[in-house]
Design a protein around this ligand. Structure first.
Ligand code: GDP
Ligand code: NAG
Ligand code: NAG
Ligand code: NAG
Length: 445
């Protein structure tokens, strides 16, 4: 429990610091921030402690993802790992999923902000996640495990020979590592690696596994071949979904409730700038995700157009399916007119120069633009979530082609009960011939 207390203390200090320094959002929000986190932290700790003392053979599944992958693809990999844990526990074994701390993400570029070793509780509601599968934060794992040691790291990779005979089949085999290991042995014979910035973490053993198939293909390996207590799957994105958009997928997705303080800040922005409240917009949210079962078309949404305009690496490749700023603004204006909306909320990762140009082309656009003090508190991940939350409550939404950031907004709107016509829309490239619109994935309850 000790480090938990420290964690809470740290959050308090951060908040107080922010209050005195900045004209922060709303005091109420900050208080809620602490309450939400403290709540989550205690219950997580409680659950895990209870299970350790009772179960004889509690085992830990850790995982990490290819470093360049962004926040929202990582959220998708979580769903695959949760699915694997469900398979493992179905067979009567006691497994807990250790949440990989957030940090050093390629897109989190706000300068001079400490963004390392961020626990999941800062972005998601841990109590909500735990209703779905047993999860704990990494620091809790260290405490329960008696130190920063991971028994076995399995580096997942494809097959060196590719698909044999061009035929797809599900398989998993112990194989020599194809790429150079990003782990190295220290003087004591332990393996050192990135481990989310926890320099003191060590692995006792690292081996490579070629895997081709859905996440649960790893279950027999983890049950039979490997008997140690803690196993980490690195490059976990190698594994596919057990059943994309099936009930299990949606259960996990629905359990990924954003942390309350972030939702409150988003709601406050909606109320202040967009005349949008849950009651008037029919988007009433239940804290308990298992009770959220809104009928499609029941949500009305706030009187604004929600836009996710992905830039940066999406335009550097001169992709055909991404519009110019001019093209995007033209589409935004036409949608505002068509849906009789005079407000537009824009979420974007556009850089300084592009933002200036956007402001010139679309002076009335509203953005969530935190002060540096608020950014320190929320971090790039929190700001991204607030952007997504506001877009998720718009009467009409348009996103960017194949952006997982946009996909996660689609899902959030599906959960809230929006008519699919208002959700599954994307910008087309200026000269894109066949501009296929995103697929509607219905929730399976
Ligand atoms: N706040 C904010 N961040 C964004 C936005 N678009 C992209 N980003 C950042 O860029 C990252 C994009 O990576 P990812 O989430 O994997 O989505 P994808 O690359 O669009 O599929 C996000 O995680 C954010 O950090 C946006 O509209 N608002
Ligand atoms: C697991 O063990 C079985 C039986 O000993 C063996 O055939 C198989 O190759 C092993 N799989 C891996 C991935 O090590
Ligand atoms: C490392 O793990 C592999 C695969 O589980 C195992 O075959 C090997 O014996 C282990 N090495 C050590 C030194 O424990
Ligand atoms: C805000 O929305 C309500 C309906 O929900 C409407 O009656 C009111 O006129 C709106 N206020 C403004 C300032 O647009």
């Amino acid at each position: 429990m000790a480090h938990r207390a420290v964690h809470i203390l740290r959050l308090w200090t951060a908040s107080l610091y922010s209050c005195t320094l900045s004209v922060s959002f709303v005091l109420v929000t900050l208080v809620a921030f602490n309450a939400a986190n403290a709540d989550d932290v205690f219950s997580a700790s409680h659950t895990a402690t209870a299970s350790t003392s009772m179960a004889r053979d509690l085992r830990y599944l850790l995982y990490d993802v290819n470093p360049p992958e962004g926040f929202n693809l990582r959220r998708d990999v979580y769903i695959r790992m949760a699915s694997l844990v469900k398979t493992l526990t179905k067979d009567g074994d006691d497994w807990v999923l250790v949440l990989p701390p957030w940090g050093r993400l390629y897109h989190w570029q706000s300068p001079d902000i400490y963004q390392l070793r961020i626990p999941w509780g800062e972005f998601f509601s841990l109590t909500s996640l735990q209703v779905n599968v047993p999860v704990i934060e990494y620091e809790e794992f260290i405490a329960e495990n008696g130190g920063p040691f991971i028994d076995q790291v399995l580096v997942l990779q494809n097959y060196a020979e590719g698909w044999t005979d061009g035929k797809w089949e599900e398989k998993v085999d112990k194989r020599p590592c194809i790429e150079k290991l990003i782990y190295s042995k220290d003087k004591q014979g332990f393996y050192r690696g990135w481990f989310w910035g926890y320099e003191e973490t060590r692995a006792r053993n690292v081996t490579c596994i070629s895997a081709q198939g859905h996440a649960s293909i790893m279950a027999p390996v983890l049950q039979k071949n490997i008997t140690v207590t803690s196993v980490m799957l690195d490059r976990a994105e190698t594994l596919l979904h057990d059943h994309y958009a099936g009930k299990d997928y949606w259960d996990t997705r629905r359990s990924m409730v954003f942390a309350k303080h972030l939702r409150l800040i988003g709601d406050n922005f909606r109320a202040t700038h967009l005349n949008s409240t849950d009651i008037s917009d029919s988007t009433v949210y239940s804290e308990d995700w298992t009770r959220m079962k809104a009928k499609l078309g029941s949500a009305k949404g706030g009187p604004y157009l929600g836009v996710h305009l992905r830039r940066k690496d999406f335009i550097w490749g001169h992709r055909e399916d991404v519009p110019s700023l001019k093209g995007a603004v033209k589409k935004i204006r036409s949608l505002m007119k068509k849906h009789k909306l005079d407000k537009v909320f824009l979420a974007t990762d556009a850089d300084g120069g592009e933002l200036k140009e956007l402001k010139r082309l679309l002076p009335e656009m509203l953005r969530f633009d935190p002060s540096i003090e608020d950014l320190e508190l929320l971090k790039d991940g929190g700001v991204a979530i607030i952007d997504q939350w506001i877009c998720a409550h718009a009467r009409f939404f348009i996103g960017t082609s194949v952006s997982t950031f946009s996909f996660r907004i689609h899902e959030e709107r599906e959960i809230l009960g929006f008519d699919p016509k208002t959700t599954y829309n994307r910008f087309c490239g200026d000269s894109e011939k066949e501009c296929e619109q995103p697929t509607h994935w219905k929730i399976v309850y």
